[in-house]
Design a binder for this molecule. Structure first.
Ligand SMILES: Nc1nc2c(ncn2[C@@H]2O[C@H](COP(=O)(O)OP(=O)(O)OP(=O)(O)O)[C@@H](O)[C@H]2O)c(=O)[nH]1
Ligand SMILES: [Mg+2]
Length: 258
């Protein structure tokens, strides 16, 4: 589809097209279809929002954790947007339905904006649309933004470049997965969360220590030491600690930015 001619990047940036809930949905479709916002608008969006990316294998609990984090953020009355990015398949009914169910307690809350984004067949397009969608929701006043994406390939690594803090979700029994995923998601995590610890605490601890060893062996060149946390999104265990780690990372980023 070609971008909707009713939209114009410069007009949005100037504020001539007001970003309210109704326009937002259409404007995000417009960037998905290839519409382009000016760079200064993207920069402004970045400056006024805090973005958290949540990635990890299918079914690891990303949407459940997102929902728990949204709930925690809403306690402070802050506006929060969720962009659920699904690059895995053009037919996404299953996963998106899952996301809907997981997030349904927030659907009646005006302070929460939830939007699914699909690849429409080309992954590069989704990676390009993500920072623009972030700028749009930021422009509409949603200053806390969570981007959920399935961590299976290169396009997710790309998408995660556009967020301030990346949370990589793992689950017990994924020890081998940690090895296998090393080249991919293990490069991008600022925070690692071993979820589903309610099911297998010892298993979660063993994934955590294996991860700690891997990180020890190949420390990051930027000086940030990724935090490793054990949680249960479903039981709401460890969610405040996760937000604490996000805050630590934010402070660190500020300190290195000078
Ligand atoms: N026991 C347990 N189950 C969990 C936990 N977190 C999520 N689940 C369950 O795991 C399943 C998948 O959860 P989702 O939150 O949809 O996982 P997801 O990573 O978003 O899945 P996709 O978006 O499809 O990749 C659901 O049945 C959840 O109820 C947890 O902490 N403990
Ligand atoms: Mg999900």
């Amino acid at each position: 589809m070609s971008p909707d001619p009713a939209f114009d990047g410069e007009a949005i940036a100037r504020g001539d097209i007001k970003l309210d809930i109704g326009t937002l949905a259409k404007a995000i479709s417009w960037v998905e279809d290839g519409g382009k916002l000016p760079d200064h608008f993207l920069e402004a969006g970045k400056a006024k929002s805090q973005t958290i990316g949540i990635t990890g294998s299918p079914g690891v609990g990303k949407s459940t954790l997102t929902s728990a984090v949204v709930k925690a953020i809403r306690k402070n009355e802050e506006l929060v947007a969720v962009l659920a990015v699904d690059p895995s398949s053009p037919i996404t009914g299953g996963a998106l339905l899952g996301d809907r169910i997981r997030m349904q307690e927030h659907y009646l809350d005006d302070g929460v904006y939830i939007r699914s984004m699909g690849s429409r067949g080309h992954l590069g397009g989704l990676a390009a649309a993500t920072p623009q969608a972030i700028a749009l929701v930021a422009g509409a006043g949603f200053t806390q933004i969570i981007v959920e994406t399935v961590g299976v390939g290169q396009s997710e690594v790309e998408i995660m470049k556009y967020v301030d803090t990346v949370i990589v979700l793992l689950a017990p029994g994924m020890g081998d997965g940690v090895q296998a995923a090393k080249a991919g998601i293990l490069e991008i995590g600022d925070i690692y969360v071993i979820n589903k610890s309610d099911r297998d605490l010892a298993g979660a601890e063993s994934v955590a220590s294996e991860l700690a060893r891997s990180i020890e062996l190949s420390p990051r060149t930027d000086g940030w030491k990724p935090e490793i946390l054990i949680a249960s999104a479903q039981e709401n265990i460890g969610v405040n600690e996760i937000l604490g780690a996000v805050e630590n990372h934010r402070k660190w980023r500020k300190s290195v930015a000078g």
